[in-house]
Ligand binder design. Structure first.
Ligand SMILES: [Zn+2]
Length: 314
C-alpha cells in the first residue's frame, strides 16, 4: 500500500503526474533476491519506456490509459533492457520499469498489437492520476539513467545499482554513487487587482498563452527565483509570493513549483530575448479565448491549474 494518501497531504487535489500512489519501498530496492523474485511473480507489472516515450493502451480517443506488460510479454525485451524497481501500489502490485531504448523500432513489432508508444505530455486529461504518476516517474528515471552513463567524478563508466535508483562508478578507485537529479523550476500566477499576467514563448503552439516560469538558480530560494524571473522576463516587481502546489514535469527532468504573486505595478517591460510577449488579461478576456487565436495550456499542466484557480475567484 501507499505510504501516504495524496488527497490528504495537501488541500489541493493532486496534479496529473503527482499522485505519488506508489510505495517506493526503498528498504527493498537493494535486495537482489527480492528483485529477482519480483520478475517472475504473477502480480508484477512491467512499465516500458522506449526512447523517452511511454506505452499506452490503444484507443481511438488518444493516450488515455497506461499499458503494462506481463512477465511473458516483457521477457522478449529483458536481454537489452535496463530495469528499475518503482514500488508497489495500494493493491500490493509491484511495478518494474524496463527501458527498452536499445531495441530498434523493427524489434518492437509485437508491442504494436497491444498498445502504442506516445509522449506523456500529450496524454489525454482523462488518464487516471495514479497511472499518469507512474508513467511520469518511469520516464524521469529512464531519462536520468540515459544521461548518467559516465561518472562525473572520474569519467569512468557507471552501472545501475539499488534497484535502478542509483548508479555506481565502475572504477573501484572511485566508486562514487550517483543519485537521480531533478531540476527545480518556479511557475507563477502574477496578478494585479483583477488581472493576471500571461505570456508566450516563440516555440509554443501559435496562440498559446500561459503564466511565466523559469529555472531556479544556485544560491537562491524559490521565492527569490519567482521575483527574479518575473522581473527578468516582464520587468515587473512582485510581492507576497505564496507557494501553491507542485508537479513533477519529466520533460525531461523538472519539478514545477507553483506560486501566486502580486505585481507592484502593471507597467511591462518585456524581455524578448526570453519570451515573445506578455500582457495583462482580465477574467472576462480569458473566458472569451476562442481556442484558436488564444488558448490556455493543456489541462494536465500546473500552469493551467494556476490560471483556473485564479479564474474562479471573485
Ligand atoms: Zn568515478
Amino acid at each position: 500500500m501507499s505510504v501516504f494518501d495524496p488527497h490528504l497531504i495537501h488541500p489541493v487535489s493532486p496534479h496529473h503526474f503527482s499522485y505519488g500512489g506508489l510505495d517506493r519501498n526503498d528498504s527493498a530496492r537493494s535486495d537482489l533476491n527480492f528483485i529477482r523474485q519480483l520478475f517472475k511473480a504473477p502480480g508484477t507489472r512491467f512499465i516500458i519506456v522506449w526512447r523517452t516515450q511511454n506505452f499506452f493502451k490503444c484507443s481511438e480517443l488518444g493516450l488515455t490509459a497506461m499499458q503494462c506488460l506481463s512477465y511473458d510479454e516483457s521477457e522478449l525485451f529483458l536481454e537489452e533492457a535496463l530495469s528499475i524497481y518503482l514500488g508497489k501500489d495500494r493493491n500490493d502490485n509491484d511495478y518494474i520499469c524496463l527501458d527498452i531504448s536499445k531495441y530498434s523500432e523493427d524489434a518492437l513489432g509485437y508491442l504494436s498489437k497491444i498498445g502504442q508508444f506516445g509522449d506523456l505530455r500529450k496524454a489525454d486529461p482523462s488518464i487516471l492520476g495514479d497511472e499518469g504518476s507512474i508513467l511520469a516517474y518511469a520516464k524521469a528515471m529512464c531519462f536520468w539513467h540515459s544521461k548518467s552513463l559516465f561518472c562525473n567524478n572520474c569519467g569512468s563508466l557507471t552501472e545501475s545499482s539499488q534497484g535502478g535508483h542509483t548508479r555506481t562508478c565502475c572504477n573501484l578507485d572511485c566508486g562514487a554513487t550517483h543519485f537521480p537529479r531533478t531540476d527545480a523550476a518556479v511557475i507563477m500566477a502574477v496578478t494585479f487587482e483583477n488581472k493576471i499576467l500571461l505570456g508566450r514563448q516563440s516555440v509554443w503552439p501559435e496562440g498559446m498563452l500561459s503564466v511565466l516560469a523559469g529555472f531556479v538558480e544556485p544560491g537562491e530560494t524559490l521565492e527569490h527565483a519567482v521575483a527574479r524571473e518575473v522581473y527578468e522576463e516582464a520587468g515587473i516587481f512582485v510581492k507576497n509570493v505564496q507557494y501553491q502546489h507542485s508537479q513533477p514535469w519529466p520533460f525531461p527532468a523538472s519539478l514545477m513549483v507553483g506560486f501566486r504573486a502580486e505585481a507592484a505595478s502593471t507597467r511591462l517591460k518585456v524581455n524578448t530575448q526570453e519570451i515573445e510577449a506578455a500582457h495583462w488579461f482580465s477574467r472576462e478576456q480569458i473566458n472569451q479565448f476562442d481556442g484558436l487565436t488564444n488558448f490556455l495550456p493543456r489541462k494536465l499542466s500546473i500552469s493551467r491549474r494556476l490560471i483556473e484557480e485564479w479564474l474562479v475567484e471573485k
